[in-house]
Design a protein around this ligand. Structure first.
Ligand code: IMP
Ligand code: MG
Length: 211
């Protein structure tokens, strides 16, 4: 699903959102309901492609936790009501790359279970957003060392940026303009994760929460 560069978004007045973010946002880019509905379809596509396999869902924290939870929930529901089913385990990995709204050079991989358990497994990364694609590349390079059987990547959002290597995840919900977005677990310096909709932050918001 493509959201074009000239898409004006929805007025914030049409929805509810936390009062502590009044004045900090420009507009709603993707309302919560549409995120959930699109995620349901991704779950169906994933089921069709890899049903009957056991998978390990690797949630990329922190931004991926909402998408991962909703995707897993949809897969569970679809499994329950069909002949096809996926048996799932869930694990978490953490990477940090952003300072304010600029991508940083150094990335740290943290947390998660013992990654050697992933050897021979069918992995599904759940990520919030692919921007430059650099984070995903670091993750994939790292995880490949553990020799999983297969790696798939699901990202809720893909940014229309110039990605030198043209990387695309296997599954994604929305291709969005090259804007800094927050909400639905995506943050700006740890703020806005508690916002349901995916919104574009304004200059006031950026200044207020700058570190
Ligand atoms: P990449 O390495 O440029 O692809 O960036 C990936 C990571 O940067 C994502 O997992 C996010 O955590 C963060 N990020 C990139 N773009 C945005 C954004 O628009 N809003 C919030 N976080 C973002
Ligand atoms: Mg972040």
């Amino acid at each position: 699903m493509q959201i074009s560069d000239d898409w004006p978004g929805y007025s914030l007045d049409l929805f509810t959102y936390p009062q502590h973010y009044y004045g900090d946002l420009e507009y709603v880019l993707i309302p919560h309901g549409i995120i959930v509905d699109r995620t349901e379809r991704l779950a169906k596509d994933i089921m069709q492609d890899i049903g009957d396999n056991d998978i390990v869902v690797l949630c990329v924290l922190k931004g991926g936790y909402k998408f991962c939870a909703d995707l897993v929930e949809h897969i569970k529901n679809l499994s329950r009501n069909s002949e096809r089913f996926i048996s799932m385990k869930v694990d978490f990995v953490r990477l940090k790359s952003y300072h304010n709204d600029q991508s940083m050079q150094d990335m740290q991989i943290m947390g998660g279970d013992d990654l050697s358990k992933l050897t021979g497994k069918f992995l599904m990364f759940c990520k919030d957003i692919v921007g430059t694609g650099r984070t995903m590349k670091v993750l994939l390079n790292n995880i490949e060392n553990y020799k999983p059987k297969m790696i798939k990547v699901a990202s809720l959002l893909v940014k229309r940026t110039s990605r030198p290597d043209g990387y695309r995840p296997d599954y994604y919900g929305f291709e969005i303009p090259d804007l800094f977005v927050v909400g639905y677990a995506l943050d700006y310096n740890e703020h806005f994760r508690d916002l349901n909709h995916i919104c574009v932050i304004n200059d006031h918001g950026k200044a207020k929460y700058r570190v």
